[in-house]
Design a binder for this molecule. Sequence first.
Ligand SMILES: Nc1ncnc2c1ncn2[C@@H]1O[C@H](COP(=O)(O)OP(=O)(O)O)[C@@H](O)[C@H]1O
Ligand SMILES: [Mg+2]
Length: 259
Amino acid sequence: MTLPLDRASEATLGKSDVPLRLVGIHKNFGGVVAIKRFDIEVAAGEIVALVGDNGAGKSTLIKIISGLYQPSEGEIWLNGEPVDFRDASDARARGVEVVYQDLALVPDQPVYMNMFLGRELTTGPLRILDRKRMARETQELVDALDVRIPSAKATLSDLSGGQRQAVAICRATHWASGLVLLDEPTAALGVAETAKVEQLILKLKERGAAILIVSHNMDQVFRIADRVSVLRRGTQVGTKPLSETSHNEVVAMITGLTS
Ligand SMILES: Nc1ncnc2c1ncn2[C@@H]1O[C@H](COP(=O)(O)OP(=O)(O)O)[C@@H](O)[C@H]1O
Ligand SMILES: [Mg+2]
């Protein structure tokens, strides 16, 4: 793989300093093998797409990286350090953020409360919610990412599906220290909303985030990802730069059928 010039120094520092490195990740659920010896590195400013048929193990892998499941074997390295997450909050504390298709947002709360869900800012000895500061910081973040919502104070349920997903991605970006995991982030969205969310994902990439995205949408994978890794029934069939493969080849890798 060739790195752009501005990442050349990073490459010479050693590959283990990348935001995410998985080594030999294996996961059994009782007798069922969900993931077999999965390896990947995701660099800063890189989007890696994880694809595969239903049940291939994609969500299991995302859940392992985000601390929801523990791997049966293998290592997770973040920024050159091995990590061993006990649970999801442990992973979050280490700067790993996930966005799911089914949004973990609270509809009847304003956007800013959703942005700070579980991490609310308070003020004074009585720890009163600092709504002003949360609203201001949220507004700055959505503006910086060019997300068009009426206001940080708008009630979440008044936003469109695409705007809500954008809020979820902003939240992940805000709290992630460099690694964002996206599991089918546009599966529930229409074409125009999907395009906006893709623009936002590309903006995160420009800002240097390492992004691992699960997607069923092959066109989307080719539009936004740098590399693709294919899972078939828990086996990592291959990982390739998108510039060196084709739609047909990726589909053949997913299905195991050659065209
Ligand atoms: N908590 C669980 N307990 C038992 N089996 C599971 C569990 N989670 C996932 N699996 C199994 O692991 C395999 C991979 O599932 P999953 O990661 O959800 O696939 P994908 O996201 O690629 O559709 C499937 O066979 C699924 O039934
Ligand atoms: Mg899944």
